[in-house]
Design a protein. Sequence first.
Length: 259
Amino acid sequence: MGHFVALGRRGDSMVLARFRMPVLAVTIGAAALALPLSLAVPAQAAAGRNARPGAPSVINSQVIAGYQAKVALGSATSLAARFKVPRLSCTAAYRAIAPEAAVNVNNNRSDSSAFVFVGCQRGRAVYAPALVLNGNLVYYTTRVGAGDVIKLSVKVTTRGTTVQVTDVTTGFTKTRTGPGARPGAFFVGDAAVTLNGLTPIGVPGFGTLTFTGCLVDGRALARSHPARYQRVNSRGLLQIATGALSPGGTAFATHYRHS
């Protein structure tokens, strides 16, 4: 991955600069979570394949579980999804995932996304909303609870970018806007969390996490013919299984299988 450095605080957020390899990724300032880790980094693989006839029905990945697809380079791309924050079964081990909606931009050099850090810290569940705007992250310390409904949205055009995370249950919402970019791919699902951008940590016991209202440019996710990814560890052991898209093409579930 790459080098990550904390720049400082602004209000209830921590701003981080990122210098990394060309992959979809977002960063959380773990110090703000009181984690004894320098940085915890949810990361995604760069989009490389679309689902096509004859392609594997499910693709193994060590960093993502969900659906990912290319888009016409530079075309306007809006992405929306909802999910309910899962109740975690935590042990003393540090484990985490990042349910998110993300758009890869500028030939994989950067990304914009909305997500929630979902992890276990010292045996307790930790949930933290965050936004990434053209590679620059803001992490919010506002409390998010298990069972809350979260809405994620990302819109990227060559004229402007908007990212938003909303806790529909509590009414909390944050929006960031900035310069435009050239979209190239999108992802909806669970991103892995790595330490310092290097090694993926384990998956917390989250049960089943269902994404609904998944729309790309206002149309059902399935219309973009995305590839379906499941997460495995370095030994090929299944960690997160990804379910099929719903008949309407706007919903799917991810299922915990192994830490």
